[in-house]
Design a binder for this molecule. Structure first.
Ligand SMILES: Nc1ncnc2c1ncn2[C@@H]1O[C@H](COP(=O)(O)OP(=O)(O)OP(=O)(O)O)[C@@H](O)[C@H]1O
Ligand SMILES: [Mg+2]
Length: 466
């Protein structure tokens, strides 16, 4: 990952903009702190100066200018407080007492306060900013009492420096923190896109790695993995079907071709040609039937939203199918019986349901030897609000281990291979059951097979039954 990529990362930009907002508010806060500190310091200096001046004014009241001059001189002795500044000047402007060399040029504000740069003698000569108040005495004498701002400046700059470093550290931590968090995010997104790319390049088995945090990235990865499982299943399914279709259609087509070839080679008469053409026609019909079955299955698999569901009477459906197969059963010497509880209803696609039930009865009649029985029953489910349609026979049955397999396309069991068929009948039944959210169960009928389709009842009807 290049630093430029990182800079474009959403998280890094987000971190930067938060940092910006935070810096601005920190600067505002620090400015306020700094300003109020300097206000406080100034106020303290003024207090000190005023306290100092009140002592001097008492002396002035008691002993006049001479006493004042004496006190000022006393206070500016070498061992005195080096931060206090005084100047007492006579009407002619010459210095009577004090440690300030010159009267400031600035004019004081309305209260007599002023801040100026000055040289004064406080044991040594100092050159600092001074905050002072001036007093006009009687007879045009003037007094200035002040205090050096040297300490105040030092405190203020120490505070400002501390605040500045604090701010710099904050910004630095923000950038570094932003860098590392976004790097982590970017790495996870990159890992995801690498996985996606592997899948695009053909590795359908590739899946996203989950961290243990179960955060939103994991949720996304989980959803993605589930989606890929689903897609992989579908792709596998399509591949198997395509393979099966190709394989299972090749045999009849080859047969067809061989038969025509043979007829063309010999010196055949018109009767032979007729026989060959009849066989060819039968084969072509069989191929068409297979295609139709495949199309119906994929139609049923195309999802509920493409189908028109209507309320159906399952008893009616069973009776119709039984009626259709009655002649065939009779011809084979099989007893076909249909029994149905009246007043039940299911929601479904009439055409597909008829086809599915017909396939079940077709199997039952086909795989039951003469003298057997086939029953079609429609009844409410014993425990659930559901309708059960069952087709049972007394034929050869399906071994338990093969009951899952026979639902797949083109699967035919060896025991029944001599009978005609494509192995698509039960595949359609399964697709139709899925479409109707019905359960499909294959059980042993001792002897024979019992197939049940369990349909959920329409909500209104289920409520009425409850
Ligand atoms: N009632 C049954 N009794 C015994 N075996 C059955 C029964 N129904 C299905 N089978 C077995 O399951 C296989 C698959 O059935 P399916 O209906 O899918 O195909 P088919 O009957 O062989 O051909 P098609 O229905 O496409 O004409 C059958 O070949 C048969 O071996
Ligand atoms: Mg069948």
């Amino acid at each position: 990952m290049r630093p430029a990529d990182l800079f474009h990362a959403t998280t890094f930009r987000l971190a930067l903009s938060y940092l910006g907002i935070f810096t601005i508010s920190a600067i505002a806060l620090l400015g306020l702190v700094s300003w109020s500190t300097s206000m406080f310091i100034e106020w303290q200096v003024q207090e000190t100066v005023e306290a100092d001046a009140s002592g001097l004014s008492e002396k002035y009241r008691e002993r006049g200018v001479d006493g004042l001059a004496e006190l000022v001189t006393d206070r500016t002795r070498e061992d005195a407080d080096r931060r206090s500044v005084y100047l007492l000047i006579a009407p002619d402007g010459h210095r009577l007492a004090g440690n300030l060399y010159n009267w400031p040029a600035q004019t004081p504000d309305a209260d007599g306060w002023l801040i100026f740069r000055a040289e004064y003698n406080g044991g040594a000569t100092f050159n600092t900013d001074v905050m002072a108040r001036t007093y006009s005495l009687a007879d045009n004498y003037h007094l200035l009492v002040g205090r050096s701002l040297y300490d105040a400046h030092r405190i203020k700059s120490a505070i400002n420096r501390a605040l500045g470093w604090g701010l710099a550290l904050t910004v630095l931590l923000g950038i570094v923190g932003g860098y590392f968090t976004s790097r982590q995010m970017v790495q996870r997104v990159e890992a995801m896109s690498r996985t996606a790319r592997r899948i695009i390049d053909g590795d359908m088995k590739s899946r996203m790695v989950l961290s243990h945090g179960h955060d939103e990235f994991d949720q996304l990865a989980q959803a993605f993995n589930e989606m890929m499982d689903e897609i992989e299943g579908l792709v596998d399914n399509v591949r198997t079907v395509t393979d099966n279709v190709a394989h299972d259609l090749r045999t009849p087509l080859n047969r067809l071709r061989g038969r025509i070839d043979l007829a063309l080679m010999g010196k055949a008469d018109i009767d032979t040609f007729r026989r060959v053409l009849e066989a060819t026609l039968a084969e072509a019909d069989n191929l068409l039937a297979t295609f139709n079955a495949l199309l119906t299955i994929s139609h049923a698999e195309s999802g509920a939203r493409l189908h028109q569901f209507e309320a159906l009477d399952p008893a009616r459906l069973a009776a119709d199918v039984a009626e259709l197969y009655e002649p065939l059963a009779e011809e084979k010497g099989i007893v076909l019986a249909a029994s149905a509880d009246p007043g039940l209803a299911i929601q479904g696609d009439r055409h597909l349901l008829f086809q599915a039930l017909a396939n079940l009865v077709d199997n039952a009649v086909k795989y039951t030897p003469a003298g057997g029985t086939v029953t079609v029953t429609v009844a409410p489910h014993p425990s659930e609000p559901a309708v059960e349609i069952a087709v049972a026979d007394s034929g050869v049955g399906i071994p338990a281990e093969a009951r899952g397999r026979v639902l797949d396309r083109f699967v035919r069991l060896d025991a029944t291979r001599s009978t005609p068929g494509n192995g698509l009948g039960l595949s359609l039944v399964q697709a139709v059951a899925r479409l109707h959210q019905a359960g499909l169960f294959l059980d042993d009928n001792h002897p024979g097979l019992r197939v049940r389709m369990v349909f959920p009842r329409p909500p209104a009807e289920a409520a009425a039954a409850a």
